[in-house]
Design a protein around this ligand. Sequence first.
Ligand SMILES: [Zn+2]
Length: 486
Amino acid sequence: MQAEHTDVVLFFEDHEISKEMLMAEFEAVLDHVVSVPEFADQSVEAAFVRVNENLQPIAIVFFKIDFGREGAADPKWNVPLEHMASNSGAGPDLGAGRIRLACYSQCPVAWHQKQLWDPAMSPGHNTFMQVRLALQKNRLGLKYVPVPLAPEGTSANPQALPSLGMDQAVSVPQGIGANSATPANELAAERQRIAEHIKSQRLHIATLKNKRNEDIAKLKSEFQKQLRHHQQTAQQLERQCQEQTERADRFKALLQEQVRNIKQERERAAAQLSEVSAARTHDVSEQFTILQQKFDLELQAKVDAETAELKEMLEMRNVELFYREEQMTALRDEIANLRQEKVRLLNQGANSYLEQLSDAGVDFVAHHPGAGHLSIAAADVGEYLDSPQRFAAKKCYVDAELYAVWLEHYNDPVCQASVDVSGDGDSFPCGRSLERVEIPNQYVANFSNRCPEHQNQAAFVDAQASNDDQQSQLSQQQAIPMQRGA
Ligand SMILES: [Zn+2]
């Protein structure tokens, strides 16, 4: 039909034509001379369109092609576009008569079917119209030769949208109105048009069927996936449920056992409690008594042991004391014997000599405080030598002890009363100077060696002491020497 034609390739993105190129450029893409970065990593839908000089499509192949990472075409892609464009079946009339069409639903080479796609043919969205409009815009700058009116019986006028759906329905009356010359021709044309319409509708139906089958397959696959997922979930839930049930059973059994144990424990405790409360009062008092007895016994044993030890020690002391007393008595006797012996010896040995001196008029005189000058008989020299102080005391008519006390007073006449000045138990002699008692038998023990203040205390003490008979007798005996001395 058409002598010259041009091959172009249109690319679709989101069901709109996004890129156009000449076949030569597409071959450069296939040969990896040129890459298409905007299609990187995509599977793109494209259309191979054979165009006549009037910029009308005469053949279309709807194919798919994959692009790699850098926008390079898939090297394994091998759809024979030109072969398909020349050998496929009829499609709709897009102005230059019925085109040759290769798509998923109408594929001349069965093993390439999966690499083709079906154009949309619905009234709102028509891929054929998109192709036709793109060609009329002629962005690729194809050579355009305007044609005279289309030959009769071939095609509708170019303004009409010839192929499909409602557009076709609208174009039919126009056709009738325009060409009403001969009824026979008109009828033939009408029949022809209806036949074409039926064919295109069949194609449409076929694409819809394929689309539906594809959708059904997708849905089935999705459904299978979901079914598997739900089955797995159901199995999992069932398993969990079983586990929970088993666990609940175990817990139930455990709980029952515990309840049983607690009940037994409680009964046992109650029984024990009643026994214990009965026995406790008795037990406690008995235990207390036993402990007390034990304690008493232990204490008694300890006390006995200590007492025995102390008794033993006391007896030993007593024995020691007894022996010491005996020793002292023996020593005292010995002293007395020795003294007598000494006097006897003095008398025997010295008396003859002393008597000779006495006879020759020699007097033995000694001076003692309180007694003055004492004349000592020759016979008494031994006694004097034995204890001069006792001899002096005898001459003063006082006993040796009193004479010794008086002598102390005589040498240092101060108050000997103990005075506790600070009140803390440390006492010191009063130390006040006194008038000296010159004569021993005028000296009163614990009175003459006190100052007037402390003499009152002493008098009080003496008055108390005078209640005792023995004490009064002693004071009488003491009074006698005093009278003698006076
Ligand atoms: Zn005093």
